[in-house]
Every structure is written in C-alpha cells, then in structure tokens.
Design a protein around this ligand. Structure first.
Ligand code: UD1
Length: 419
C-alpha cells in the first residue's frame, strides 16, 4: 500500500488547476445508460472512483474511450441489468445505475452499497422515490430487485430531508418516465444543476435544478450529447485550506468562488485574503496566525460535510477555540485521533468536536481513514514541523487528481513511497 511522505513547514506558492468534480462525474457517467447514443463528457478527473464506475458500466455493455479528460461513453445495447456486489460495495455512487437501468430496461438487480466508514448511509429515500414512480422493489440476498415492466411514471416526491444521492437518482430515473415528476425538498448542491445540464443536453426536460423544487417532464427517449463537468468544489476548498495552513499564495484556476457556498465566508472570517479572479480564486496568507471559527455542516449552500475534516486540520493551529458540528453523517470524526497524534488538541462529544488551536503541529505517522479525512492529514502535514508519513493513501487516489504533482509544483515536499 502506497504512503505519502511529507516534510512540512514550507509555504505554498504557485498555480493549481482545479479538476472536474468527482461527485458530479460519477452521476453524469450513470446518465450514459439512459441512451443508445454516445455521451461525451469533458473535464472528467482521472481518479480511482471514475475507473471503478467505468468497470461497472462496461459490464452493463457500455463502451468507453478516455483521452486526456474527455470520456466518451456509449451504451448502445445494455447487455446486463445486474450490478454485482463486488463492484458496488467499493463505491456508493455505483448504486445510481439502478434508476437508469430501470428506466431504460424496465428491470435491474443492483447490490446494496452496504455500510461505509463515515456512517450508516442508507438508500431508503432512493428506493421510495423509485417506488413512487411505479417500480416494484424487492430486497433479496443483499440485492435490490427492481421492476417496472410498463415503464416508470411521473410522481410527486417530497423528501423528508435533503439527500444529494436520492435527488440525483430520482432525476436520472424520471427523465424517461411517462408524465411529470416533481421533487420537493430536493438537494441544491451544484452537482445537481450539473446533472440537470447534462440530462438536458441529452434531450431531457429538467427545470428548477439548484432550487428546492425540481421538475422533470418525462420524454420518450434521450439522445447523445456533450457535457463539461463542473469544477470540484471540494478540491477547491481543500487547496484554499492548505495555503491557509501553510501560508503563501495560491491561484486556483478553472474554479469558482460561488461553488464554496458558506465555506467562502467562513474562510474569510479566519483572516484569509481571498479574491475572485477571472476563471479562478487567489488566496493569500502572510505569516500571521489565523482566527478560529465555528462551523455546522449543512446541505448546500451550508458548510459542506466533505470539507469538515480539512477545516478541522486548519483549526488545529488556529488562534482560539473552534466548535465543529457534523450534522450530515454520524461517524465522521475519524481524523480527530489522527490529528491528535500530530499534537492537535481535539475533544469529541457526540456530533461536536472542540478544537483548541495550538501554535504548531508536529509530523507523525498517521493513517488515512476515508477520502476527505486523508486530505485533512495532508493539510496538517504540510503545515507541521518535521516529517509525516500518511498511510493508506489509496483513499486519496479515489478523489484527488494528481495530488502530489499539484502540491510539488507549489513548493511542497511531498513524495509517494511505493510498497
Ligand atoms: C453526501 C453529502 C454530499 C457529499 C457526499 C460524499 C450532503 C447533504 N450530502 O451525499 O454533499 O458530497 O455525501 O461525502 O451533504 N440518507 C438516508 N437515506 C437515503 C439517503 C440518505 O437516510 O436514502 C441520509 C444519509 O445517511 C445522510 C443524509 O441523508 O445522513 C444525506 O445523505 P446524502 O446527501 O444522500 O448522501 P450522499 O449522496 O452520499
């Protein structure tokens, strides 16, 4: 298993191009199953999660070619409507093939994604939405068996709470349903609007995406199309926090401040100098220590759960005390004990972590536990005194494109150690 060796304490200076959003790429890739024509996606990040979904799509009959960041997918004929456990369990987003397979083929057998290191993460809202559209759903031996022999129909679906995955899943399925589907209390994450843009480019009729009510008028068929995946807001936020922690000046290109939602204001409050520039963001911090700030994770436009771990790493060396409340997932503080190994003062009580900032962290061997937690350890390591060895970096390869290269060009001492 590869490790990353980081020698901290060096400020970051330079330009980092932000990649396409992993969380959007995975959903628009599933949209390729909805049509027998080719879908071309640009700005697709080369990540382990993308490769894993490609493997799943291929076994459904999708042919693909990947050149640079352009991915062409063609689902001319669906050869299997089964998504096996081995491919779905490794990545939750794989579960979103269920809706498109059901909408196009009238049936699907898809493994349940199973638990996940950051909490229980059920899929009941996904299944209720498909049932409301007329699917008959059974669970058998860890698989969801879904049938809609006469196709899906439009429905009014009010989600009891915001779910990104369920909103996307319902949108994908509703595009080919008979009649109109209205989603109430839909997620408003930028990736939802991105999926709608992609579906509309394929001939779907989705309106309201990015707002709480999304309307999908079903169409008889979708055609091929082309879509550019939006920039990764979590990668953007992570590099903003990296330079906040180390000091220096970074220009992040190909991204947009509005994607950060509430995180933009919170980061400014800590004393960071942040500015929107044409096609990017410029972030600066001089030698001064930044101020502690409190956050509560919320659905977009609130502070994203996917940046909570990185923010905790930042707060570990802030001036003052920070309270971090996680409301989306019940077990998402696994990075706290790892940060403590580096000298961070963090106490966790239920869903709230209290971080007492210290002037400096010290390098230590640490273990990456999930994707975003891994990035928090990288940020801590970049700012810490001495060497940190981050174990289990395969988590990072799932979600951060060319991480070492991007940081190295800005002056970081970071090396991959192959084992
Ligand atoms: C969530 C995050 C998303 C993040 C992703 C990966 C939110 C609202 N969602 O999306 O920003 O990029 O994780 O870390 O911040 N739930 C159910 N039943 C369901 C579906 C969800 O109870 O059928 C619960 C989840 O357990 C969770 C909450 O709803 O507590 C929100 O989950 P959801 O948005 O669906 O999760 P993801 O789509 O994975």
């Amino acid at each position: 298993m590869d490790k990353l060796a980081i020698i901290g304490g060096r400020p970051l200076y330079g330009v980092i191009p932000i990649s396409g959003a992993k969380n959007s790429a995975l959903k628009v890739m599933a949209a390729a199953l909805l049509t027998d024509e080719a879908l071309t996606l640009t700005n697709v990040p080369r990540l382990a999660d993308v490769d894993m979904l490609l493997r799943l799509l291929e076994q459904h009959g999708v042919t693909s070619s990947f050149e640079g960041s352009t991915l062409r997918l063609h689902a001319q004929t669906i050869i299997s409507t089964e998504a096996p456990y081995d491919l779905v369990r490794k990545m939750r987003a794989s579960f979103n093939v269920l809706g498109p397979l059901l909408a196009r083929e009238g049936k699907a057998r898809v493994s349940l994604p199973g638990g996940c290191a950051i909490g229980a993460r059920p899929v009941d809202l996904h299944l209720k939405a498909l049932e409301a559209m007329g699917a008959k759903i059974d669970l058998d031996e860890g698989y969801v068996i879904a049938e809609a022999a006469n196709g899906l129909h439009g429905a009014e679906i009010a989600f009891p709470f915001v779910s990104v995955g369920a909103t996307e899943h319902a949108m994908l399925a509703a595009t080919l349903a008979k009649g109109t589907t209205v989603l109430e209390n839909a997620a408003r994450e930028p990736e939802i609007a991105d999926l709608a843009d992609c579906l509309n480019a394929m001939g779907a009729k989705v309106s309201g995406a990015g707002h709480s009510t999304v309307t999908i008028e079903g169409v008889d068929r979708l055609h091929g199309g082309e879509h550019r995946v939006l920039p990764d807001r979590i990668e953007t936020g992570a590099y903003v926090m990296a330079v906040a922690a180390t000091g220096g000046e970074l220009t992040l290109t190909g991204t947009d401040a509005s994607l950060l939602g509430a995180a933009w204001g919170v980061l400014q409050e800590t004393g960071l100098d942040m500015e929107e520039r044409d096609g990017g963001i410029c972030v600066k911090r001089n030698g001064e220590r930044y101020k502690a700030s409190d956050i509560v994770t919320q659905p977009f436009p609130g502070f994203p759960t996917d940046l909570q771990a990185q923010f905790m790493a930042l707060m570990a060396t802030a001036d003052g005390v920070s309270k971090i409340k996680e409301t989306i997932f019940e077990n998402r503080f696994m990075h706290a004990p790892e940060l403590a190994r580096m000298g961070a003062k963090i106490s966790v009580d239920g869903q709230t972590a209290t971080v007492q900032g210290v002037p400096r962290l010290k390098g230590a061997p640490v273990m990456a536990t999930d994707l975003r937690a891994s990035m928090s350890l990288i940020i801590a390591a970049l700012a810490a005194e001495g060497q940190t060895m981050v174990n289990r970096v395969y988590h990072l390869d799932r979600g951060f494109e060319r991480l070492e290269e991007k940081l190295q060009t800005c002056g970081a001492l970071i090396e991959r150690v192959k084992e």
